[in-house]
Design a protein around this ligand. Structure first.
Ligand code: BF8
Length: 637
């Protein structure tokens, strides 16, 4: 079965390029998905175990065949272990990103790195104040050193105490709620159960240990550790990444950018930066804007150097530097297929290995830069933070050198672009509200806005690209629900024009009036996936302002079109923070009745947060409105 291009994507730019790809029988992710059919049903349900060499074992959830693996592991154990491992990997990816930013801040503070500086001292002071670090009498660099140490200690802490960032940023009521749940679970099981994250690294290692052959077989404790590790991501590793990047690169401010492949310019040297960490891409952007590099580009016949982003690296530089974004995850191959990309420069995460082969069909230099992401067929230029300027220049020069090899006959840039107003950090949202959450709380309390939904999500080749993102977002704003979010969802919303001020007219009367009076779109771009921490901080600020727990607020989360293990971690820390979270596609847990019950029902009583799965965007919006109405009724508003 070959899907037509317009069944693969809701984005006209993607549809146009896929038609060309099909005509030329080019390999791409949609084609590879078709070749993989039928995919393993056991894997989809989570009832496949390959943790030891006596396996792989699998359990048919319909009861045909054995009900236990060779060691005796049941479907419940297998599913819970597999899920825990997904959360450990996702949390580790986010948190390792945070660690690198903390190490960079430390290097800047100690003077061993002079390629970066403290761009945002007020934010540094705000973080220090939050952590209870006394700033009096310290220089900015000394204060940065203390903050960096506090952040680094969160990774390696060996005590039983919660990590300092989580303890300082998570509202007290939520911490109390988690303590209560710990006590309830301990009473029920007799085993010690923890939810507040200790060392960030430790919580991931704990999962690797307890899911080793012959360890934890109890779904409940495996899920508890899944949540604890994920909380260490949301209120730890990701939060550290966001906060310290704001210190080093600036807190995002509201600005207008362009989104979609039309940001590529046929007459310029086009460099796409893709991945997640802005440490390199900030430098590439700065260099590409320099007169020196633009002169070099002119010398090879181009009009200059143009940088565009993809995925979350794209989100980072659009939020802080106003750089246009070429697309989300499923655009990464399509971008090369435009034939107009001189260099695709990647750091970490969400990078297809297929890009190397595809780039070799064009003049495109596919450049890997992280020792954690080396890909056969790519040109590897190792990035070193202490030589950032020099390495960024080497990369930009590679792109300039590739320009004369561009084959004009292969160039096709779909012209679709949309304008998007982006840059809604918590600081900017509060500034738009006049410095306090009060006006937002007031319009929520009087029903002008019914509630807020935070969406994060990838693209998933099994789902028509951007379709769920667009439709769910439209349905929510129509119902007077403010939508905020990050990641590839945010890029989908930007491409669809939903972050444009004109999108105000798509909102219900109440939300429309509020957005018009504030001059903001009804759909707010809050950044990259590590910036989901910004959504946690905003939820915490609203909860504290009202004097309630986060779970009492008329808020919900969603991860439509989700793909990665990082999304498992995000969904889990949202749930553990008290938020109901929608997922589509279904996570690989349905082979276990126990795990499914705990995550979709049991969690609700204990944590206030829980998961639900829904395939239809309209039904999802209806369900979210019902959740929000239920919360409003409980609050008496
Ligand atoms: O971290 S949304 S596909 S790019 S995982 Fe990846 Fe998913 Fe995109 Fe950003 Ni988040």
């Amino acid at each position: 079965m070959v899907l037509k291009s317009d069944h693969r994507s809701a984005d006209p730019a993607a549809i146009a390029l896929l038609k060309i790809a099909d005509q030329n029988d080019m390999d791409h992710i949609w084609q590879r998905l078709e070749k993989q059919q039928p995919q393993c049903g056991y894997g989809q349900l989570g009832t496949c175990c390959r943790i030891c060499t006596q396996g792989p074992c699998r359990i048919d959830p319909l009861g045909e065949g054995p009900t236990q693996g060779v060691c005796g592991a049941t479907a419940d154990t297998m599913v819970a272990r597999n899920l825990a491992r997904m959360a450990a990997v996702g949390s580790s990816a986010h948190s390792d990103h945070g660690r690198k930013v903390a190490l960079l801040l430390k290097a800047v503070a100690s003077g061993t790195n002079r390629d970066y500086t403290l761009v945002n001292e007020p934010k540094l002071q705000a973080i220090a104040a939050k952590l209870g670090i006394e700033a009096e009498g310290l220089s900015s660099l000394q204060l940065a050193d203390r903050v960096a140490d506090a952040a680094l200690d969160c990774f390696g802490s060996q005590t039983e105490e919660p990590v300092s960032f989580a303890a300082a940023y998570m509202p007290q009521r939520r911490q109390q709620q988690l303590k209560q749940v710990e006590a309830t679970l301990q009473q029920a099981t007799g085993a010690r159960v923890g939810l507040m994250p200790r060392g960030i690294d430790r919580e991931a290692v704990d999962i690797l240990h307890r899911t080793h052959f012959g360890c934890d077989a109890e779904p409940l404790s495996l899920i508890a550790q899944t949540l604890r590790c994920s909380l260490g991501d949301g209120w730890g590793g990701s939060l550290i990444a966001t906060e310290l990047q704001d210190v080093l690169f600036g807190t995002p401010t509201v600005r207008t950018i362009k989104a979609n492949l039309g940001v590529l310019d046929a007459e310029m040297v086009n460099i796409i930066v893709h991945g997640h960490e802005p440490v390199l891409s900030e430098k590439v952007v700065a260099l590409a804007r320099s007169p020196q590099m633009n002169e070099a580009a002119k010398a090879v016949g181009a009009k200059g150097v143009n940088v565009a982003g993809l995925c979350c690296t794209g989100n980072e530089i659009l939020m802080r530097q106003g750089v246009g974004v070429a697309g989300n995850m499923l655009h990464s191959e399509l971008a090369i297929m435009t034939g107009a990309v001189e260099a695709l420069v990647v750091d970490v995460q969400c990078i297809f290995p297929s890009l190397a082969d595809l780039a070799s069909c064009y003049h495109t230099r596919f450049i890997t830069t992280s020792e954690q992401v080396t890909i056969p067929g790519a040109l590897h230029i190792q990035f070193e933070e202490q030589h950032a300027d020099q390495i960024a220049e080497r990369i930009v020069r590679q792109a300039i050198e590739a320009f004369p090899r561009r084959n004009a006959a292969k160039v096709y840039i779909p012209q679709e672009t949309a304008e998007a107003v982006v840059g809604f950090s918590v600081e900017q949202i509060l500034a738009a509200l006049g410095g306090t959450p009060a006006p937002l709380v007031e319009v929520i309390a009087n029903g002008t806005i019914k509630g807020v939904v935070g969406i994060v999500g990838c693209n998933n080749v099994k789902v028509k690209q951007d379709q769920f993102h667009q439709q769910l977002t439209r349905e929510l704003i129509k119902r007077d629900i403010l939508v905020i979010g990050t990641g590839c969802w945010a890029i989908a919303a930007a491409k669809a024009g939903l972050m444009n001020l004109e999108a105000q007219d798509l909102a219900g009367d109440g939300l429309q009036a509020v957005c018009k009076s504030l001059g903001i779109p009804p759909v707010l771009h809050m950044g990259s996936c590590v910036d989901c921490s910004r959504m946690l901080v905003l939820a915490g600020a609203l909860a504290d302002y009202l004097g309630v727990d986060i779970s009492a607020l008329p808020l919900a989360g969603s991860a439509p079109e989700w793909t990665t293990e990082k999304a498992v971690a995000i969904g889990s820390y949202f749930v553990a923070s008290g938020l109901p979270v929608h997922l589509w596609p279904a996570p690989p847990i349905l082979g276990s009745p126990a795990v499914t019950q705990i995550l979709t029902e049991g969690a609700k009583d204990l944590l206030g947060g829980y998961f639900f799965v829904e395939e239809d965007p309209v039904a999802t919006a209806d369900r979210m409105l019902a959740i929000i109405q239920e919360k409003r009724a409980a609050l008496g508003i």
